[in-house]
Write a protein that binds this ligand. Structure first.
Ligand SMILES: Nc1ncnc2c1ncn2[C@@H]1O[C@H](COP(=O)(O)OP(=O)(O)OP(=O)(O)O)[C@@H](O)[C@H]1O
Ligand SMILES: [Mg+2]
Length: 347
């Protein structure tokens, strides 16, 4: 053996043994030929126990299927996403989630085995899941709080002001009350101010929890928001319902409404659009809500979570809400080409 080969082999051995990632090589029948120390930590078996063991032992039926699929693609040269995620069963019966990179071992132009490099991402995934659960609990708590405040504004504060407005109206309009002209004018002014305050509170309560959504459902609420865009901003807004409409659970309606509300707010604030199109399509097993504008568009971030980090919560909130319904949010935008937000939810 040439000395440089020997050196290369020693170097590889050193990397193999001391790598943080678990590395193992098995023959074409799945029998392990070599496994490093980290592989022992990942699986709970000693290195000695691992050598000679068949890799099937670490895989449940479902994940054995994935392993076969990976092997098939490797052998046929078909490309596939690497790293990919695999679940491994440990000696103690527990499972670990591993991020894997798999390649063929070719010696003298012959396939002699398969090499896997695996990083244990169990804790990372658990943390991500916990964070997701936490943020979804926050969304639900926020909705309950919004509902409570909207109800309070409507039932207590607005009712009190309505009473005040009626009294002021009676005082100024009743022929029996003898008021000086200037006092009458002042009371009239107070009456208008009270009515303005009532209108403001109603708008605020509607934004927090539109009654139209609870009373008449999602489509009526989408039409109401579209009307608002026309009235307030002069933006052309078009609502289209496709497929056979069927009723959706209240929470799904509310979450879809919030996604539409945020998307339309963004169109109002950022897009400089002249038209927006809102489409809701009812399929046999899914519903798709799409909001499109013909505005200036923007460069999409790689991950919407990156925006949340700098305090922009709109797109990230939409995504969290889509996940709460086991749905999927798709964003499509390009500078100069407008923006489309679409959410598909299984029903
Ligand atoms: N329809 C749109 N047209 C043009 N740019 C948009 C549109 N929607 C979003 N953006 C861009 O994407 C950014 C992120 O949107 P996001 O809703 O997450 O945050 P925000 O609207 O800036 O703040 P927040 O929603 O938290 O009040 C916006 O700041 C804007 O630059
Ligand atoms: Mg926003």
């Amino acid at each position: 053996m040439k000395p440089e080969f020997k050196l290369a082999e020693q170097h590889y051995r050193y990397l193999f043994e001391n790598a943080n990632d678990a590395i193992w090589v098995h023959d074409m029948a799945g029998n392990i030929l070599a496994a490093n120390k980290a592989c022992g930590n990942l699986t709970g078996y000693t290195q000695e126990e691992l050598v000679g063991t068949n890799v099937k032992q670490f895989l449940t039926r479902e994940f054995l299927q994935l392993a076969r699929e990976v092997r098939r693609k490797l052998l046929s040269g078909e490309s596939f996403q690497q790293p990919y995620e695999q679940r491994l069963v440990r000696k103690d019966g527990g499972t670990r989630i591993a991020e894997m990179v798999t390649s063929l071992v070719i010696v003298d132009e012959e396939m002699t085995g398969v090499q896997h490099i695996a990083r244990d991402v169990t804790e990372e995934r658990k943390l991500q899941q916990d964070t997701r659960i936490y943020s979804q609990l926050c969304i639900r708590a926020q909705e309950r709080e919004r509902e409570r405040i909207a109800l309070e504004l409507h039932d207590d504060v607005t009712q009190g002001l309505l009473l005040l407005s009626q009294r002021l109206d009676m005082m100024t309009s009743s022929p029996r009350t003898k008021l000086s002209k200037s006092l009458q004018e002042k009371l009239g002014e107070l009456h208008s101010l009270t009515n303005e305050a009532i209108a403001g509170l109603r708008r605020c309560a509607q934004d927090l929890r539109p009654r139209i959504l609870d009373d008449l459902g999602l489509i009526a609420a989408l039409e109401w928001m579209a009307d608002d865009l026309v009235k307030d901003q002069g933006i052309g807004a078009h609502v289209e319902v496709l497929g056979t409409e069927h009723s959706l659970p209240n929470e799904v309606q509310l979450l879809l409404f919030r996604i539409a509300q945020e998307a339309l707010n963004n169109m109002r604030r950022h897009a400089e659009a002249s038209n927006v199109w809102i489409t809701i399509q009812f399929g046999s097993d899914k519903v798709t809500l799409t909001l499109r504008d013909n505005g200036k568009g923007f460069k999409l971030p790689e991950k919407v979570e990156d925006l949340a980090r700098i305090g922009k919560l709109g797109l990230a909130g939409m995504q969290e809400r889509a996940l709460l319904m086991r749905g999927e949010l798709t964003l499509d935008s390009e500078p100069g080409k407008g923006t489309t937000v679409s959410v598909e939810v299984p029903t």
